[in-house]
Design a protein around this ligand. Structure first.
Ligand SMILES: Cc1cc2nc3c(=O)[nH]c(=O)nc-3n(C[C@H](O)[C@H](O)[C@H](O)COP(=O)(O)O)c2cc1C
Ligand code: SF4
Length: 435
């Protein structure tokens, strides 16, 4: 059994209640910090831990916090990104539903480190029942003196509000999220300026993922150095992986970074292999936005080394033969899957969710969807394969926000690794997977 930082007590009945969380060491990190430590000390521990953002990009959390502009007398804000709409990703929901106080404790510690007095959880609107759980936990934290004025007599004040979104994937992008929180349409902003300089209401703002913030109490309690020793290389700590698709045992797993992918897919402790004894065909390792890899390249790198669940190992080989850890949404497909249909499905999603500000994304996602529909339904031409790859190439890098890239990477990687499957559709003039 690997170390559990986020899920040690997750199966305890009523862990979402203050007393149960408290009985198992909850809020001890806040007590310790407010009695003995300075904000700079907390920031230093997070830096030493090498914790990286768990929302998708893997940006070092301590470094992000250190960008906060402390030279102005403007308010500073902390926003927890709980939008979690990336297809295949369902780990933040699990954490908030089962252990909401862990997130609240992480937000108190982060707010203390950043000099924040008002903080927000921006939660995906569809997760209405989780919103209720969070609001109840927040009320308990206020009642017990862990939120509000003069927390534990330390002079530190913090308010925490929940704000549900209205169900747009783009509102998970941090600047679209900020626009939405300000009451506007959730359109991403041009960067720079980055939120650390000009975020919510034009003030310095940090946006962090649920899992990132929930990792902070352990770091504060046990020290950044202890955290930095868990994991592998620059991929420190543990990561929640939401595994779905054709697995015997799908679910949310907390793994130590560095675990071999093969052990994760086939190991007794984890997913226990592919359903019905079928063969593994492909994996999308980090949510629908990252490049797809065929079975051979997800289990081993092109150099023949075992592929590990870490930022670096999954990226080994670049986009030619590698992928990304992303949000940890691990989508597994067996030999019965039509890869073209899967890509059509993903692309339909990106077309639907494009905010429409940039022409390459607004128009290109629609064109890719049309071409894929044509190929899947047996109406395509051989030249459609290169046309598809060409449209994707022209979206990549040419848009305001990364949703454009997120729509292009699955297309480019699927064409790269599964060209023969597109050709089969075009030669047979039908989907070979429809019996
Ligand atoms: C289209 C799009 C959707 C995103 N959705 C989410 C999301 O649901 N949750 C999340 O934490 N980050 C999401 N992100 C990443 C955020 O912009 C941001 O990088 C992240 O919240 C930062 O937190 P972290 O540093 O703790 O990872 C999304 C990015 C894009 C481009
Ligand atoms: S890339 Fe797409 S989603 Fe992002 S700003 Fe441009 S049009 Fe909107």
């Amino acid at each position: 059994m690997g170390i559990k930082i986020l899920t040690e007590f997750i199966d305890l009945p009523d862990l979402n209640r203050f007393e149960v969380y408290r009985k198992h060491g909850g809020y001890e990190a806040v007590e310790k910090v407010l009695k003995n430590d300075t904000p700079d000390h907390v920031l230093a521990e997070v830096k030493i831990s090498n914790l990286r953002g768990r929302g998708g990009a893997g940006f070092p959390t301590g470094l992000k916090w250190s960008f906060i502009d402390k030279s102005t007398d403007k308010a500073r804000y902390l926003i927890c990104n709980a939008d979690e709409s990336e297809p295949g990703t369902f780990k933040d929901r699990y954490l908030m539903e089962r252990n909401p106080h862990l997130l609240i404790e992480g937000m108190i510690l982060a707010s203390f480190a950043l000099g924040v007095q008002q903080s927000f959880i921006y939660i995906r609107g569809e997760l209405f029942y989780v919103l209720n759980i969070l609001e109840k936990a927040i009320s308990e934290a206020y009642a017990k003196g862990f939120l509000g004025k003069n927390i534990l007599g330390s002079g530190f004040n913090l308010d925490l509000y929940c704000h549900p979104g209205a169900g747009a994937y783009i509102c998970g992008e941090e600047t679209a999220l900020i626009e939405s929180l300000e009451g506007k349409r959730g359109n991403p902003r041009m960067k720079p300026p980055f939120p650390a300089v000009s975020g919510l209401y034009g003030c310095p703002t940090v946006v962090n993922n649920v899992e990132t913030l929930a990792s902070v109490p352990w770091i504060v309690k046990n020290g950044g150095e202890a955290y930095s020793k868990i994991g592998i290389g620059r991929s420190t700590g543990t990561k929640l992986i939401s595994a779905c698709g054709h697995l015997k045992r799908p679910g949310v797993y907390e793994i130590e970074l560095g675990l071999p992918v093969e052990e994760f897919i086939y190991g007794e402790e984890y997913c226990q292999g592919i359903r019905n004894g079928n063969k593994l065909k492909a994996v999308v390792a980090g949510g629908s936005s990252v490049p797809i890899l065929p079975a051979n390249l997800i289990l081993k790198t092109a150099k023949g080394e075992p592929r590990l669940m870490s930022y670096e190992s999954l990226q080994e080989g670049g986009f030619e033969t590698g992928t990304m850890l992303g949000s940890g949404g691990f989508i597994v497909m067996d030999e019965t899957t039509c890869i073209v249909k899967n890509l059509w499905n993903f692309t339909r999603f990106y077309h639907h969710e494009s905010c429409g500000q940039c022409s390459p994304c607004r128009e290109g996602t629609g064109w890719m969807e049309k071409i894929l529909h044509r190929i899947e339904s047996g109406q395509g031409k051989m030249s459609d394969i290169d046309l598809l790859a060409d449209v994707a190439k022209n979206i990549e890098g040419n848009t305001i926000c990364p949703l454009g890239d997120a729509s292009a990477w699955p297309v480019r990687s699927t064409v790269r690794h599964f060209r023969t499957e597109f050709e089969k559709h075009l030669i047979e003039k039908r989907c070979p997977y429809i019996k």
